[in-house]
Design a protein around this ligand. Structure first.
Ligand code: CA
Length: 384
């Protein structure tokens, strides 16, 4: 799958050369005459060829190529769009930092630097804290529950109001599933063990860790390993076994904790600028929506297929798998709830989304506490 997408990506790149605009006129002019015909040239004398519009978009991703499950899903989406339009709708995919910095994708789509982006909305909570609900918040919903809330449960409509301020349409596309708690050099002594602990963890999870006494560091992906190795930090979170293995944390920290309660089901997003969206023919809109959904399924499938094997390999390196203690989880839950409540108290727009989300989470948790949970609690340990 990866080789396949790499080849296609290369072809697309070579073909496009230095082009990179949006609508670049008609493809196949002179090669095919439309069955309808009848159109007149601007001069009004001879019929012109009516061919399929050739559309070229640039996609800015927040993610590096190395995250091949996430970044690979954007490439997968572009390939599907191209295949379903016989190559007429071409989306060239750029990793974070190539066109714009990884955390500037919302700005780039908003400013029309690119037509489309792949990112996580919780990167932009500095612009509007409620954007976190488009991705996930600590002790939020799982991947399936988040997908249900955004796609069917009314969450998407609430988020669309937030995105309209940015001239952007957000489509949920993929999820990592519940993340791991991360890598700790020493075994944690419960909630008390977080006091003064230097941990790399961004976003709301970091705010909760701070509230619990940890010394929170925000370090970019490539710099985490050396910081952990030389002891500049005591712990780090990242994603889950498949992605964590690639960064090699198991070599320098031997305690692998779970769960990543701050990211129980983070939803990735595809952003499309409203102007770019409006410029699309109706059929291409439908194709793009389908490809985005398909890519989302593909991302989750890749994670679910690759994480188990990666976890086995990691454990073979002498790593201890450890659950966070009950008191740490209780403390984190209380601190998380307080942070969300504080935001809601300060902002009516946030409160509207929060209350809707909280009620949906309660309904989801109640339902998932029945068949799903009972089955997992009984069958998982026995099958091991
Ligand atoms: Ca993470």
């Amino acid at each position: 799958m990866r080789t396949h997408s790499g080849v296609l990506g290369m072809k697309r790149r070579d073909f496009l050369g230095s082009l990179g605009g949006s609508l670049v006129g008609l493809a196949g002019v002179g090669a095919a005459v439309s069955a309808c015909g009848g159109e007149k040239s601007p001069a009004g004398s001879s019929p012109i060829v009516s061919a399929q519009k050739k559309i070229r978009w640039r996609l800015a991703s927040s993610f590096p190529r190395s995250l091949d499950t996430i970044f690979g899903a954007a490439e997968f989406m572009a390939e599907r769009v191209s295949a379903m339009t016989d190559g007429a709708f071409d989306i060239r995919v750029y990793p974070g930092g190539e066109l714009v910095p990884g955390l500037a994708v919302l700005d780039a789509v908003q400013n029309r630097t690119v037509q489309i982006g792949q990112t996580c909305s919780y990167y932009y909570t500095g612009k509007n804290p409620a954007l976190a609900f488009d991705t996930c918040v600590p002790f939020g919903m799982t991947a399936r529950q988040q997908s249900a809330w955004l796609g069917e449960g009314g969450g998407g409509e609430l988020m669309a109001k937030v995105f309209s301020d940015f001239g952007v349409r957000s489509f949920s596309s993929g999820n990592t599933g519940a993340q791991m708690g991360g890598w700790f050099k020493e075994e944690l002594s419960g909630l008390e063990g977080l006091k003064g602990l230097r941990i790399r963890i961004p976003g709301l999870g970091g705010d909760v860790m701070s509230a619990l006494g940890a010394s929170v560091q925000v370090i970019a992906g490539g710099e985490i390993y050396p910081a952990l190795e030389r002891g500049a930090i005591d712990a780090t979170e990242w994603v889950g076994p498949y992605d964590d293995e690639k960064l090699g944390f198991y070599k320098v920290a031997k305690n692998y904790y779970y769960p990543g309660w701050w990211e129980p089901g983070p939803a990735m997003s595809i952003y499309v600028g409203e102007a770019a969206w409006a410029s699309l023919p109706a059929r291409y809109k439908e194709i793009l929506k389908s490809a985005i959904q398909e890519a989302g399924v593909e991302m989750q499938r890749r994670y679910d297929a690759r994480n188990p094997a990666a976890l086995k390999r990691i454990l073979a390196h002498g790593v201890s798998l450890r659950p966070f203690s009950e008191d740490l989880m209780e403390g984190a839950f209380a601190a998380s709830t307080q942070i969300l409540e504080d935001y809601a108290a300060a902002d009516a727009g946030y409160a509207e989304i929060y209350k809707h989300w909280r009620a949906s989470r309660a309904d989801q948790f109640k339902f998932f506490s029945t068949a799903e949970l009972a089955y997992a609690k009984f069958a998982y340990p026995r099958a091991l």
